[in-house]
Ligand binder design. Sequence first.
Ligand SMILES: C[S@@+](CC[C@H](N)C(=O)[O-])C[C@H]1O[C@@H](n2cnc3c(N)ncnc32)[C@H](O)[C@@H]1O
Length: 315
Amino acid sequence: MDQIKVLLSAIEKKIENISLKYLRTQSSNLIKKYRTFRKFNLTYDEKISYITFRMPATFKAIEYCLNQLKNLQLNTKINTVLDLGSGPGTALYAYLSVFKSFDKMTLVERDTEFVQISKDLSKDIKELKKVFFVQMDLIAYKDYDHDLIIVSYVLNELKIYQIDKILKNFIKSKAKVIVFIEPGTKYGFNNIRYLHDKIIKNDLKIIAPCPNNFKCPMPKDDWCHFFVRLDRSKCHKYIKKGTLSFEDEKFSYLIVTKKDSKPYKARVLLNPKKKDSKMLLNLCQDGKVFQNQIDKKDLKNYKISKKIKWGDIIK
Ligand SMILES: C[S@@+](CC[C@H](N)C(=O)[O-])C[C@H]1O[C@@H](n2cnc3c(N)ncnc32)[C@H](O)[C@@H]1O
């Protein structure tokens, strides 16, 4: 079964006795806390509202990044996964959606209620015996020896020394790949840009979205981000007070390895735009961000550029 369906059905079960009107108020409180006060101490009911309108979106963002990892076809076998700051366990479903199975997955979360929510949501999944729920501060957690580490929508809540510690632990461990995902905002990208510099200094390899290990060329007041489109369920639409049947989740990310890299020429930033007789492609290539113009007269490349999407790689 489709993992998003598995997740949505588990969420539905978890909220079946709660009024949607009440959840809508809780989600407004949560958004206000995050945006206005940058406070992350949520009440239990705000955490429940998180699973209704944020979890499907973060699932899609994690799934997108893991698909990027899979499509690069590195010579890296991934059997064990560590999710740091796992919240309600979103990465578990996204990982299964892309890689189908694992030998072991460890979810580290400091918040007791989120740990309980992730246990409640996942109680019917087949792989449960191989999932380990650890209630602990991720900085105190020592066993980074998992093939893949996921840190999704967490850096925002950490101090710089804690972010440094995650990278240090990754370097020291036997872990092969680490994936960082943050909201696709100027603020979210600041953390990604900070990590980008550190990663280069530590001689690690960025395999996505950056096509190389040059200094990030994104101008200071701009931010590199991507998006995924997700369908809103009836409940999601109601809670979000939305009118559209879908929403776009914007995120910034970095996938980092210790040695594996598959070089490609460029990454497409933004959707290509048609202007007069030209197709305008925004690219990150050779340590620069720039706009490439492909004229209609260049038949072959123009035809190719019409199929290109935001986030694609150019080989
Ligand atoms: C916005 S949620 C993201 C949850 C999940 N990773 C996702 O993508 O949906 C951030 C989570 O990180 C957890 N967190 C923040 N700081 C932490 C720390 N120092 N140790 C463990 N968990 C932490 C929070 O409790 C929260 O559950």
